[in-house]
Design a binder for this molecule. Structure first.
Ligand SMILES: [Zn+2]
Length: 308
């Protein structure tokens, strides 16, 4: 596995703390012309938003980390987005016993806005985890990458999720899972948007019921690569939420995994805000991974997960 950090810096104050010439400007020559015209002599090329993309062990990141801490100490919270990028060899992916399932394709509106009923009365008052789905999932289907007959099979989305992490799979993917007797997932009906909308035969809700137990050290959680959340602002004191973001590969206790082809972690990641909810990490077996891969199911990304 090789790991990079991808970072976008939009903050001139922060930029001035970074080594000169680090990364690349996100402005085109046309952007630059426009800003020069607007700002005149006050315009500084070194303040342009930049992208920094370097290997995780690059010494650049030590300087970035120091700059974030120095700025924070002055009371200025640096403005940037940063995330880890992991790449694996085919052999690494094929030899892992368990993989983390990532679903990059998300869509709006959330199920709640389309008539899905949730019971929040059992939710944790601190982190909001624990709401129960009390109706079929309703989603706006024309916002999803549809299984229209006019779209070639190879391009149809196999799995997608709403911004509130309600996961749906296409009929084709659901059929594959049934034939292979994939365990740990319930395939539930999906309805269109609106409380009286009909069931669609094209999609199923992908409700993970398999249990992966808790994530364990050395799994890393935090606000971001340079913001570890030392105070635990985003950790639920009851143990439901482990952090705002997952920053490393996942490690779980072998003894707590129930052996299902799809399993959700007991502790969650994220934050209850607006329509967004903390979500478990979903882990899939190598068998399930091979099924998705062999059938070229679109909308799937995986990382290696570790059983200890
Ligand atoms: Zn909680």
């Amino acid at each position: 596995m090789r790991e990079w950090i991808d970072m976008r810096v939009m903050d001139p104050l922060f930029m001035r703390q970074l080594p000169a010439g680090v990364g690349v400007s996100l402005y085109s020559e046309a952007d630059r012309e426009m800003h020069r015209a607007l700002e005149g002599d006050a315009y500084r090329e070194e303040d342009e938003p930049r992208r920094l993309y370097y290997a995780k062990d690059s010494p650049v990141w030590d300087q970035v980390r120091e700059a974030t801490y120095a700025l924070r100490a002055t009371g200025h919270e640096p403005v940037y987005h940063a995330w880890y990028v992991r790449r694996y060899t085919q052999r690494e992916l094929a030899s892992a016993e368990l993989l983390r399932l990532l679903i990059p394709r998300d869509f709006q509106p959330a199920g709640e806005e389309c008539g899905t009923v949730y019971d929040e009365s059992t939710s944790c008052p601190r982190c909001g985890v624990g709401r129960l789905q009390k109706s079929d999932l309703h989603v706006r289907l024309r916002r999803v990458f549809q299984e229209y007959p006019s779209i070639p099979q190879a391009k149809r989305t196999g799995i997608a999720r709403t911004i509130a992490d309600e996961i749906i799979v296409s009929r084709t993917t659901a059929d594959l899972m049934r034939q292979a007797r994939i365990t740990g997932v319930k395939l539930l009906p999906v309805r269109g948007c609106g409380s009286d909308a009909d069931i669609t035969p094209l999609w199923h809700q992908f409700a993970v019921v398999g249990s992966a137990g808790r994530m364990m050290s050395p799994t890393v959680f935090g606000i971001g690569p340079f913001n570890p959340d030392e105070e635990g602002e985003y950790r639920c004191p009851m143990g439901h939420v482990s952090g705002l973001n997952l920053l490393s590969e996942v490690y779980i206790y072998r003894s707590e995994w129930d052996g299902s082809d799809a399993a959700a972690t007991a502790d969650l990641v994220g934050r209850r805000i607006g329509l967004l909810v903390p979500t478990p990490v979903i882990l899939i077996s190598q068998r399930f991974h091979q099924l998705l891969k062999a059938n070229n199911v679109k909308g799937v990304k995986v990382e290696v997960a570790h059983l200890v």
